[in-house]
Ligand binder design. Structure first.
Ligand SMILES: C[S@@+](CC[C@H](N)C(=O)[O-])C[C@H]1O[C@@H](n2cnc3c(N)ncnc32)[C@H](O)[C@@H]1O
Length: 398
């Protein structure tokens, strides 16, 4: 009798409870990967933890976290530092092209792509037998379209420039990881910066510099070489709690096959919530530059971002001590793209040392130039600006 009760309980558990538990576990344990530009990983990890994402880990090249699909959507909306948010679909051994093809084909692609969608595949590899990234991407694309042709009788087309679904494949030590990109355009393309100045900084890099600078978002802020205004605008958005993603019309996941009306409603609600919380006060933010054309560009960009920033035409050499406590973060020209000499850096160093009591941070690919600041840096963060190896040096001016 007792044995029968145990069997009945076990069957009930397997039939009714286990599928629910398994479904919820899978829902909540989707693995995401937030990609980061080299050197910004720690800032991104800090940001994702602060924003309440789960199981956030430090990794080179990006930060993994776990969550439900909606957490991936939220990350696209709120992360200032991530370059892309990707869903990890599958990891499997792929020592050869057949294993790669079979592994990719064993993933169910029907929730994301139909024959009416377009797709693009990009591949990266290291320390693997397959070394030709174009060939790897081709094999992956073949596996996906072959599966969809078997299901639907026709296949989706490739669109490299603006695909509905973007897939990334990474082959490392003969193991493949297949990622589905949630963003489409990378996240640094916020939507407010239509006008670019000379040598603009990526918005995501500017956001990482602000976090590394230790700015508390209430102390007055100044970028004295603002160019198109990226750093000052990112500072304003952060201070006012305005999520950078709300300027974007659509993310990649909003074009997937499974993004139905119900999902669209949820996303609309999420955007609304983001706007509702975007109401923080902003300290005085000053952006100056010696170039009036750059200032005009910055003004237009700030207007599009909905921020009241104080713009001034001024040269860095004219900085005078005024006793104000500010945080200064800036991106001076570094001869690579803008042709400046050592004398410029000496003048800049002298100007910064007149900012008594201020914290000053600047990024430069000209590491020798940092010697012209006659104060020991509190910290130098190594990071990449595009292909350039840079240092982001932080000083507390005595
Ligand atoms: C690398 S750009 C800044 C780019 C900016 N972070 C952006 O995202 O657009 C350097 C800026 O420094 C400005 N600049 C150069 N010499 C200057 C000086 N002596 N005083 C003030 N600004 C200067 C240039 O006009 C240029 O806009």
């Amino acid at each position: 009798m007792q044995k029968n009760i145990i069997i009945v309980c076990f069957v009930c558990f397997m039939v009714y409870i286990y599928p629910i538990v398994k479904y919820n576990w899978k829902r909540q344990h989707m693995e995401f990967f937030a990609t980061a530009s080299s050197g910004t990983e720690c800032a991104l990890q800090d940001e994702l933890i602060e924003l309440g994402f789960n199981s956030v880990r430090l990794n080179s090249g990006g930060i993994p976290f776990l969550g439900e699909m909606e957490d991936g959507w939220r990350a696209c909306l709120v992360s200032r530092i991530a370059q892309r948010i990707q869903l990890v679909l599958r990891r499997f051994p792929a020592p050869g092209e057949n294993e790669l093809y079979d592994g990719v084909k064993s993933i169910d692609w029907t929730p994301y792509i139909t024959p009416e969608h377009t797709l693009a595949v990009s591949a990266f590899c290291h320390s693997s037998k397959l070394t030709h990234t174009n060939y790897i991407a081709q094999k992956v694309k073949d596996a996906i379209v072959d599966q969809l042709r078997e299901v639907h009788g026709s296949r989706p087309n490739v669109d490299r420039d603006d695909p509905d679904v973007r897939i990334f494949v990474f082959l490392g030590s003969d193991r493949a990881t297949v990622y589905l990109d949630l963003c489409s355009k990378p996240l640094f393309q916020r939507g407010y910066r239509l006008e670019k100045g000379q040598a603009p900084l990526k918005e995501t890099l500017a956001a990482a510099m602000l976090r590394y600078s230790g700015w508390d978002r209430t102390t007055p802020f100044w970028d004295p070489m603002c160019g198109s205004g990226t750093i000052a605008i990112e500072a304003g958005l952060w201070a006012k709690n305005i999520p950078p993603g709300i300027f974007r019309d659509k993310f990649g996941f909003e074009r997937w096959a499974n993004f139905d009306d119900n999902c669209a409603e949820k996303m609309k609600w999420m955007r609304g919530e983001c706007r509702r919380y975007a109401s923080g006060d902003m300290p005085k933010i000053i952006a100056s530059d010696c170039d009036p054309v750059a200032l005009e560009t910055a003004r237009e960009n700030a207007k599009r971002a909905g921020l009241r920033i104080t713009f001034r035409e001024a040269s860095i050499e004219d900085i005078q001590a005024d006793g104000a406590k500010r945080v200064v973060v800036t991106n001076p020209p570094f001869d690579e793209r803008m042709g400046v000499d050592a004398d410029f850096y000496r003048k800049m160093g002298a100007a910064f040392t007149r900012l008594h009591g201020c914290r000053v941070g600047f990024i430069s690919a000209n590491i020798a130039a940092m010697k012209n600041i006659f104060v020991k840096p509190v910290h130098i963060f190594e990071m990449k600006n595009g292909n350039l190896d840079c240092g982001f040096a932080i000083y507390d001016m005595p």
